[in-house]
Ligand binder design. Structure first.
Ligand SMILES: Nc1ncnc2c1ncn2[C@@H]1O[C@H](COP(=O)(O)OP(=O)(O)O)[C@@H](O)[C@H]1O
Ligand SMILES: [Mg+2]
Length: 355
């Protein structure tokens, strides 16, 4: 409230000065020109000044008037720009706590193995631990599901793989090397990530799908869209793949957005595909179709799905059950049901299916 009051006061002051300045200048200018005409006229009558010389002087004076007047507002603009520049500089000089140190190793081989070794993690600038001693491994040729209540740390766990963040302690290894040793770009090229919050950009559907592989051919894009079961929908649009999305373009439903994001990830043809509740907005029939198509393509790769439905779980080779930043049980669905009452309860609650 105090700041606002101060701001209003300052603002009124500026407006007052801006309002009062031009009339004052005009009055002074009027008086000066009037005085000069009076004085000049007197000198001409006296015979010490020619009328030609006098008018030349007056016209020069009038021509100089506009630039002098502008000097005032220019000065104002410069003052404002200096103030703005200072603030921008302040923002630019804030140290980036999320900044990652790029590695030096070029990841030029297939990702066959990802390993978490006693990984602990807190978000930068936060006290509380989100991951508390994760040990897990993911190998190619297997499908994994992660289950757990909201807030148990599932999204955080997978976000460490493409290095959206680095571990606080412990090690995350890719192909038996610390993930921090690798250069970010080639690492991320090999990882597909469909996050819970999908970001589509202003641009055509084609551009949005091809964002991870800008040089993709139209055939490749269509193939990816077919796998994500969005091709048929795109074909019904008047401009098909050239339809504009985002501001000024068409609005998509949650399920359509998710399928565009899946097509985007599939097109990249990554070694590791991470699906963070990526099909949650699809009806179960479409979901099944997408799942089957994705499974087929990724059968020799690493597929990690954060599950929101039982079908994803049943479909996996191994399930990691998370609670409060820890993996409290792992195994097949059948193993887990036998092993853990908590797992059974979670399934019943979360998947809304009795077992
Ligand atoms: N960007 C973030 N900054 C700070 N805390 C976060 C951030 N993202 C998630 N968290 C916190 O981390 C915990 C785990 O969240 P998350 O990994 O998203 O869980 P899940 O995916 O299992 O629902 C939650 O307590 C959440 O509030
Ligand atoms: Mg999540």
């Amino acid at each position: 409230k105090e700041e606002n009051k101060r701001y209003v006061k300052q603002f009124m002051k500026i407006k007052f000065i801006q309002g009062i300045y031009p009339p004052i200048v005009e009055i002074i200018a009027g008086v000066v020109i009037g005085g000069l005409i009076f004085y000049g006229g007197y000198r001409i009558v006296e015979g010490t000044l020619t009328p030609g010389g006098f008018f030349a002087f007056i016209i020069a004076l009038i021509m100089a008037y506009e630039p002098i007047r502008k000097l005032g507002s220019t000065y104002n603009n410069i003052q404002q720009a200096v103030a703005v520049a200072e603030r921008v500089k302040k923002i630019l000089s804030i140290p980036d706590e999320y900044a990652l140190k790029d590695g030096s190793l070029n990841l030029d081989s297939f990702i066959a193995r990802i390993e978490f070794e006693d990984v602990h993690f807190s978000y930068p600038g936060r006290e509380e631990k989100v991951l508390k001693g994760i040990d897990a491994s993911f190998v190619s040729g297997k499908k994994y599901a992660i289950v757990g209540k909201t807030g148990s740390g599932k999204s955080t766990l997978v976000s460490l793989i493409p290095r959206f963040f680095d571990v606080t302690s412990g090690t995350l290894k890719v192909n038996n090397r610390d993930v921090r040793d690798y250069k970010l770009r080639p690492l991320r090229k090999r990882i597909g990530f469909v996050s819970q919050d999908i970001v589509l950009f202003r641009g055509t559907i084609r551009e949005n799908i091809a964002i991870g592989k800008p040089d993709a051919s139209m055939e490749e894009i269509i193939r990816a869209a077919k796998i994500a079961h969005i091709h048929d929908f795109i074909e019904t649009l008047p401009e098909k793949y050239e339809t504009l999305l985002g501001e000024g373009g068409i609005q998509l439903s949650g399920g359509q957005k998710q399928r565009i994001a899946i097509a985007r990830a599939v097109l990249k043809n990554p070694d590791v595909l991470i699906l963070d509740e990526a099909t949650s907005a699809l009806d179960s029939e479409t979901e099944k179709a997408v799942q089957d198509a994705v499974d087929r393509i990724f059968k020799d790769k690493i597929l990690i799905a954060i599950a929101h439905r039982l079908s994803t779980v049943l479909n996996s080779d191994e399930i990691l059950f998370m609670e409060d930043g820890k993996i409290i049980a792992r195994g097949s669905h059948r193993d887990l049901l036998a092993m853990s009452d908590r797992y059974k309860r979670l399934c019943e609650l979360q998947f809304n299916e009795s077992l």
